[in-house]
Ligand binder design. Structure first.
Ligand code: C2E
Ligand code: MG
Ligand code: MG
Length: 409
């Protein structure tokens, strides 16, 4: 669609801001503009023959209906267009408002601080185009516990592996096993669709057993092929509720001919544990046997300082929500470096998750973080694709190490 035809609505209680913004948008080619000095007036315009706009620029601070409340009304109206938030508030306030808008599943192009710089506005709108029509809702298939039980028994669960690389020199130090369900009808199903289901229906022990068995066999195969990779496996807190788990893991590893030090168990607390005795015993014994223990998603509600105090973790994975975009976001950066220093004090290895682009990578390279993992480096892949990826990575690496390697990190 040509910019001139995009229905754009400006909502701000300050008339001169409306004028200014309208002028800025006009220069960018937006001609179908309406301006409103209150949320109520803007919502009334939804009911006119013009209908709802394609794009709304919304001020957060307005005397009667504030921007947050306005967003709630947008949700009630089933607003399908896009939104840009504008405010004189500080960055963190805008961040929270943005998080809220996204939680409401409204398409948010970004947020801008007043007075709005021309270049920032142009950058937000540069690549944006209105959605043609409301896309048909993707069918979400709800999987039942019996299906999952069958899948576990029939070998439909497969491990994908995502590399972890050393930030100092790009060396591949390990991989994380991430389970997928190869569903005969629905194709590849991701763990967020069935891990909770497994936990809720007492299937998580069976699931972990299958994942661990493949991961151990794979670890052995790589090691036989001369590849030294630490293999990480995600375990659920529910797995740690049975005291036998430590012996089970030790025995399976021994039988597969894999050293404890070559295996890492990643733990997140999916729900609050009332009784710490079993997980404490299991994790402490696993650590005594020299298995690696990693606290996953660190910094999120599920993974906290209390866990860090209680359990003998030797690796900390900083959650992706504090890694991706940390360069430009002061709050994320602060949480990232706080976590990093905490881990350093506790003599733990640190992995940054969610490295999605070059900016994330460069940021991490000049940090003290040990290891990186994320789509920028590699997506999770079946084991047989790893050799090809290793070749590709070797070719990409020189350009990614740049002058830092010369500085002898
Ligand atoms: P996790 O352990 O924190 O794993 C990282 C997740 O982030 C994976 O999602 C991975 O594909 C994704 N990821 C990796 N790099 C990036 C990136 O650059 N950007 C973004 N946005 N995401 C990235 P996945 O495979 O869908 O797994 C989701 C979660 O499911 C895992 O989070 C883990 O908690 C759980 N999970 C996976 N496999 C197992 C398993 O075998 N057992 C148990 N109990 N949980 C598992
Ligand atoms: Mg993990
Ligand atoms: Mg994680």
């Amino acid at each position: 669609m040509h910019k001139a035809g995009i229905k754009t609505m400006l909502v701000d209680d300050e008339a001169y801001m409306l004028k200014l913004l309208a002028h800025q948008l006009g220069r960018l080619g937006f001609a179908a503009l309406t301006t409103h000095t209150s949320g109520a007036a803007a919502l009334q315009a939804f009911a006119t023959p013009h209908g709802p706009p394609d794009l709304i620029l919304l001020d957060l601070n307005m005397p009667q209906m504030d921007g947050i409340e306005f967003v709630r009304h947008l949700v009630d109206h089933g607003y399908a267009g896009s939104l840009i938030l504008i405010s004189g508030e500080d960055e963190r306030m805008l961040q929270s408002a943005s998080t809220l808008v996204r939680a409401h599943k409204i398409s948010l192009l970004g947020h801008l601080q007043k007075p709005v710089p021309n270049e920032a506005l142009a950058a937000l709108l540069d690549t944006w185009a209105p959605r043609p029509a409301r896309p048909a809702r993707a069918v979400t298939v709800v999987h039942g516990a019996d299906d999952l039980r069958g899948a576990i028994a029939n070998g439909e669960l497969v491990n994908y592996y995502q590399p972890k690389v050393a930030l100092s020199d790009g060396r591949v130090v390990g991989v994380e096993s991430l389970v997928r369900w190869r569903h005969p009808v629905h194709g590849l199903v991701f763990p967020d669709q069935f891990i909770e289901l497994a936990e809720a229906h007492g299937l998580i022990d069976d699931l972990t057993r299958v994942v661990l068995r493949s991961a151990l066999a794979q670890s052995r195969a790589w090691s036989d092929a001369g590849l030294k990779l630490r293999v990480a496996v995600n375990v659920s807190m529910d797995n740690l509720a049975t005291l036998e788990f430590a012996d089970f893991v030790a025995e399976k590893a021994a039988r597969a001919g894999v050293e404890a030090g070559a295996i890492v168990l990643e733990v997140t607390e999916s729900r609050l544990m009332n009784d710490l005795r079993a997980p404490l015993e299991v994790l402490t014994r696993l650590r005594l046997k020299r298995f690696g223990l990693s606290i996953d998603d660190f910094g999120t509600g599920n993974s906290s300082l209390t866990q860090l105090r209680n359990f003998p973790f030797d690796e900390l994975k900083i959650d992706q929500s504090f890694v991706h975009g940390a360069v430009t976001d002061a709050t994320r950066r602060a949480i990232f470096s706080g976590s990093l220093h905490l881990a350093r004090e506790l003599k733990m290895q640190v992995v940054a998750e969610g490295v999605e682009d070059r900016a994330d990578w460069d940021f991490l390279r000049q940090s003290e973080c040990d290891t990186a993992q994320g789509y920028f480096i590699a997506r999770p892949m079946p084991a047989d694709q790893l050799p090809q990826w290793l070749d590709d990575w070797g070719r990409r690496l020189p350009a990614l190490l740049g002058h830092w390697s010369a500085a002898g990190r």
